[in-house]
Design a protein around this ligand. Structure first.
Ligand SMILES: Cc1cc2nc3c(=O)[nH]c(=O)nc-3n(C[C@H](O)[C@H](O)[C@H](O)COP(=O)(O)O)c2cc1C
Length: 350
């Protein structure tokens, strides 16, 4: 299947502007999501025979491979992800305010390096509309993460309030919430990873999460933080301390990198993903795993382009993985291929 995609369909898709191809792919999945019976038949066909589900932060993941944030920013096609063999899906980034993102073109492919650069800038419909869309689906075929970020118009000082507003609108629909402080395309966003802002931001959200759970008499939502691959280890140490002190449930490592040294002639600005990111994000995952003695669950993402890189990410300490660029290069059933291989890895460890 992957070979057919790479030889035929990918050639046709790659003739288009990358964002346009993405829109075609999303529309196709959106159409598929209208047929829940077909989706569940496909999900059954694409499920991994004999795979042990993964229990993590109170959720049950049918397999280790998730669809990373950024593919379905507006919660339009996520219901079809299980049909492709994904074990979870993270929608977003959603911001409190609807915003158009940066001017096009803002997504670029580099096939010779199996890489993508994007500077989308959190183009999304805003938390209110996304919440309305999500309210129409009661059951989630696989765990649904909602990734929230800062609206461009909100200042760094007002960031906590801005995230809080998205949290309040979206928490009811999420199986977990990912706090994105690491996209390189919203000016100042990565500053939120620093000591000056992160403790306040994360405490505001975890307090709100506890209050909500207390009022409703239910368990708090699992909260995760998504970090950049460009942090130094001392910066990472202090992030880990904050996350652990506040009882966060996990970390998503990593977002795209601003280091373009692997593409020296390329002038486009933005975050780089795909193959050139893999080593860097692996290094971060390895470090986090050791620094926390394996106690902080890690969702490993960045440059997973084949079974080998996926296995390396799991062996570095990730409990779950996510892919985005790999799907662009390997096709819609890439998740199934990885999940099958990872089920085997998992069995070997347990
Ligand atoms: C076009 C594009 C848009 C993205 N948008 C988001 C986003 O909105 N929020 C986010 O947290 N990550 C976003 N990402 C980052 C991915 O979720 C992922 O962390 C990163 O691409 C590394 O994984 P990959 O090498 O498998 O693509 C985006 C990535 C791409 C390629």
């Amino acid at each position: 299947m992957g070979l057919i995609y790479e030889k035929i369909l990918r050639k046709a898709l790659f003739l288009q502007d990358p964002e346009r191809s993405h829109e075609y792919a999303s529309k196709a999945l959106e159409a598929l999501a209208y047929f829940p019976k077909v989706c569940s038949l496909m999900a059954r066909f694409n499920s991994v025979a004999g795979a042990e589900p993964i229990e993590l932060f109170g959720l049950r993941f049918p397999n280790a491979v998730g669809l990373a944030a950024g593919f379905d920013k507006n919660a339009k096609c996520w219901r079809a992800a299980a049909a492709l063999g994904f074990g979870h899906v993270e929608i977003g980034t959603v911001t409190a305010q609807k915003q158009p993102g940066n001017p096009r073109p803002r997504m670029f492919r580099f096939p010779e390096k199996e890489a993508v650069i994007n500077r989308m800038g959190f183009n999304n419909d805003g938390a209110k509309l996304v919440a309305q869309r999500l309210s129409k689906t009661k059951e989630h075929p696989i765990p649904l993460g909602i990734n929230i970020g800062k609206s461009k118009a909100a200042s760094i000082e007002a960031a906590a309030e801005d995230y809080l507003s998205s949290f309040h609108r979206l928490a009811d629909f999420a199986d977990y919430i990912a706090i994105n402080v690491s996209s390189p395309n919203t000016p100042g966003l990565r500053e939120l990873q620093g000591d000056q802002h992160l403790p306040n931001l994360l405490k505001t959200l975890s307090d709100a999460n506890q209050d909500r759970a207390h009022k409703l008499g239910i368990a708090p939502k699992p909260l995760l933080v998504k970090i950049a691959p460009d942090l130094t280890f001392p910066e990472l140490d202090s992030i880990l301390e904050t996350i652990i002190d506040l009882g966060y449930n996990g970390i998503i490592a990593t977002n795209t990198t601003i280091d373009h040294s692997s593409l020296p002639t390329v002038k486009e600005t933005g975050g780089l993903s795909g193959h050139p990111l893999h080593k860097r994000s692996l290094k971060m995952i390895n470090y986090i795993h050791r620094a926390t003695s394996g106690k902080l669950p890690i969702v490993g993402v960045g440059g997973i382009m084949d079974v080998e890189s996926c296995g390396q990410t799991m062996e570095a300490g990730a409990s779950l993985v996510q892919v985005y660029t790999g799907m662009i290069y390997r096709g819609p059933f890439f998740a199934r291929e990885l999940a099958q291989a990872m089920a085997w890895y998992h069995k070997r460890w347990v």
